[in-house]
Design a binder for this molecule. Structure first.
Ligand SMILES: [Zn+2]
Length: 327
């Protein structure tokens, strides 16, 4: 997930939406002890180094909790990454520009410029924007500051259309979704075959073919960025589903993956409905998107969760193939 072309930001001052961030959450982030979060994650087998970034630590930990709950409460088997790190992306050997918010690295790689250090696989990284900040004009610096994640998420969704939700957790769920997806394929076909699949699916020719075939549909039903590659399609779709099942306190109100391609208990009961982007066009209120589909449960017992009807969209068939590595 990335934030976009710097010049375009100058016209975004009028954007004033809220993207799920409440004062209560903002206060929790302010009071975050990043070392405590790292210790808690270590007990779950997740290595981390947040470099003191409270927003990234709090949000990453929240997404870990959400994914764990989806598995524990609803019996899903969504895998988590093995590491969460904060790095200056300007110091990495990556094709993307330094404006990228996060990335998922699934195979061990020499990712650091001028260094033989090998970064572990199955990890997610978030940008410090250190290099980007040095090269940015004063009025752009606010867009490379994680304290402003709520506003950055709004801009990505409303202004650039490169995120499927305006929720401030979108970027985090997106990167975790990459890890879950790649783990899902790796478990099915093995790591070596996944690597071959990557090379094949991400070649210029394959990407062009994928975009020619799916760009219109994925842009309409998910977001523009979903049409970038098969892997981005999944990483953009999962946040859309997860966010719909969160209440104001980010507690789950239902299983976001119930009757979807991501559920191990997938049962299709198609129901014709307006697509999310159609709904978005008819009502631009952020609450329309972020508000949970059902009311909050009175307790956390499984039986208290309401069921969200399955709405099959045209992109589901494509996404199902991609999720299972049949590209
Ligand atoms: Zn991505």
């Amino acid at each position: 997930m990335r934030i976009n072309n710097q010049k375009s930001y100058q016209n975004t001052n009028s954007i004033n939406f809220s993207a799920g961030m409440t004062q209560k959450i903002a206060l929790q982030i302010q009071n975050t002890d990043t070392f405590k979060i790292s210790n808690d994650l270590a007990k779950k087998g997740i290595d981390s180094d947040f470099k003191g970034n409270k927003t990234v630590a709090w949000c990453s930990n929240k997404v870990v909790e959400i994914f764990e709950q989806i598995n524990n409460l609803f019996g899903e088997k969504i895998k988590l990454p093995k590491g969460i790190y904060v790095e200056d992306f300007g110091k990495l050997n990556i094709q993307s520009k330094g404006t990228v918010l996060g990335l998922c690295n699934f195979f061990p790689a020499k990712l650091y410029k001028n260094s033989d250090k090998i970064l572990n696989g199955n990890v997610v990284l978030f940008n410090t924007f250190e290099t980007e900040m040095k090269n940015s004009s004063q009025n752009l610096k606010q867009y490379f500051n994680w304290d402003n994640i709520n506003e950055i998420s709004d801009i990505d969704y409303y202004y650039f259309g490169i995120a499927a939700t305006p929720h401030f957790l979108n970027t985090f769920i997106h990167e975790f979704a990459h890890a879950a997806h790649e783990n899902n394929i790796s478990d099915k076909i093995g790591g070596k075959n996944l690597l071959k699949l990557f090379e094949k699916a991400l070649s210029d020719k394959s990407i062009q073919k994928f975009q020619n075939k799916n760009e219109k549909l994925l842009s309409k039903e998910i977001c523009k960025y979903a049409a970038k590659s098969p892997f981005e399609a999944i990483a953009c779709d999962i946040p859309q589903k997860v966010v719909k099942s969160l209440d104001e306190d980010l507690s789950l109100t239902s299983n976001p993956f119930e009757n979807t391609i991501y559920s191990i208990n997938k049962i299709k009961t198609p129901e014709k409905s307006a697509t999310d982007s159609q709904k978005r066009n008819s009502d631009t209120s952020v609450l329309q998107v972020c508000k949970p589909c059902v009311s909050s449960p009175s307790n956390t017992a499984l039986g208290s969760f309401a069921h969200v009807p399955y709405r099959e969209t045209s992109s589901d068939k494509i996404l199902e193939k991609i999720w299972n590595g049949k590209l």
